[in-house]
Design a protein around this ligand. Structure first.
Ligand code: GLY
Ligand code: MN
Ligand code: MN
Length: 369
């Protein structure tokens, strides 16, 4: 991980002596910890990571995960593991590893207020610096091993997406279909879901961040399924939309428009293009259709150790797309009270465009009722 640590330090300005990354209690875990320490399992609650500018990483772990930590460190010569058995031992390790009046970078976006107060009393002379932008920018550009894992997570999502038509039975509830999607992901090799699975039938499909309920599938419903897998800590995020017959000509047109919007965004997606231009390429297609204004969210977000990994593509973001970013492209059209369509794929940005990480068919599909 030395390379990641050095890249991260090079983004922090002005320079700092140490970078300190801490985990509180689930769900307040900073995925940056796992970015700099590649350990396959464990929560590492209450653990700290001290990184040094030349690349060394010290992992302070409780005895709960000591064995996993030591095993992971065996394949990374840049990592030193220190186990603590009490809070006092942990404080002592921290004060041994971080000079008392050091300038220390912290990830302000993830650190809890309680952790910050505690650090203040452990290091009354330290100078804190906000390293959160450097963290985001470094994590934004994925290396080959991250892209490989994201590809695996995407492949799980794609295989499961293709099974969904077989799960759509008259009378099945949204919660039942969501449970079957999650079970299928685990069967395909996922360690779990990367976020709460969305399955919406009929009017519920018009709500982008809907949570499945006990609504039953009836003929004449639009269906949106938005789900993702974690594998080796990396996420996928895929949405496919279906029609449970009979045909609704308007929603078929809506589907074709969303697909055209996604294709328009992908056609301009390449390094150097401002993120907002990619969003606007999709939005223009929707706004030229009868459903002007019904694409109600940003086009996508970066994906990595977290499903929402820090970068957004929406009409306000000037920051350019860069090679090595992994992002979702997810336009949608939502007709309140009637139904919606969203098509979401994960892509990696290449030197001259992009490559899909998710590949399941995107075309309008009517499932027999
Ligand atoms: N699952 C929420 C999203 O697609 O961002
Ligand atoms: Mn999604
Ligand atoms: Mn998404």
């Amino acid at each position: 991980m030395k390379d990641r640590v050095r890249r991260l330090f090079s983004q922090i300005s002005p320079k700092v002596d140490r970078l300190l990354i801490g985990n509180a209690t689930e769900p307040h875990l900073d995925q940056t910890f796992f970015y700099l320490f590649d350990v396959p399992g464990g929560l590492f609650e209450g653990s700290w990571l001290v990184a040094e500018p030349e690349g060394t990483v010290h992992v302070l772990t409780s005895q709960l995960e000591e064995e996993s930590a030591r095993q992971a460190a065996r394949s990374d010569p840049g990592v030193e593991v220190h186990a603590w058995g009490s809070r006092e031992e942990r404080e002592r390790l921290l004060t041994d590893l971080v000079p008392a009046s050091a300038s220390v970078g912290l990830n302000y976006r993830e650190l809890t207020h309680e952790q910050f107060l505690q650090l203040g009393s452990t290091f009354p002379k330290a100078k804190w610096a906000d390293a959160s932008n450097a963290v985001r920018k470094t994590r934004q550009i994925k290396d080959a091993s991250e892209i490989e894992r994201l590809g695996r997570a995407g492949a799980i999502g794609s295989r499961v997406a293709q099974k969904i038509p077989g799960l759509l039975r008259r009378g099945a509830t949204e919660l039942e279909v969501a449970a079957e999607i999650e079970y299928a992901m685990n069967r395909e090799g996922a360690s779990g879901r990367s976020f709460g699975t969305i399955v919406g039938f009929g009017p519920a499909s018009a709500e982008p961040h809907y949570a499945p309920q006990d609504r039953r599938l009836e003929p004449g419903s639009s269906i949106v399924c938005d789900f993702g897998a974690f594998t080796l800590r990396y996420a996928s995020d895929i949405t496919r939309s279906f029609r449970f017959g009979p045909t609704d000509p308007e929603l078929k047109k809506v589907h074709e428009t969303v697909l055209a919007a996604q294709q328009a965004a992908l056609a301009v997606l390449k390094p150097g293009v401002p993120a907002k231009d990619v969003h606007l390429a999709a939005q223009r297609v929707v706004d030229a259709s009868p459903w002007k204004g019904r694409f109600t969210h940003g086009l996508g977000h970066s994906i990595g150790l977290a499903v929402h990994d820090g970068f957004a593509m929406n009409p306000t973001v000037d920051e350019p797309i860069e090679t090595g970013m992994t992002i979702t492209v997810e336009p949608g059209i939502y007709l309140p009270g009637r139904g919606g369509v969203r098509i979401e794929d994960d892509v990696v940005v290449t030197s001259n465009g992009y490559r899909f990480l998710t590949t399941a068919p995107r075309e309008y599909l009517e499932v027999g009722a």
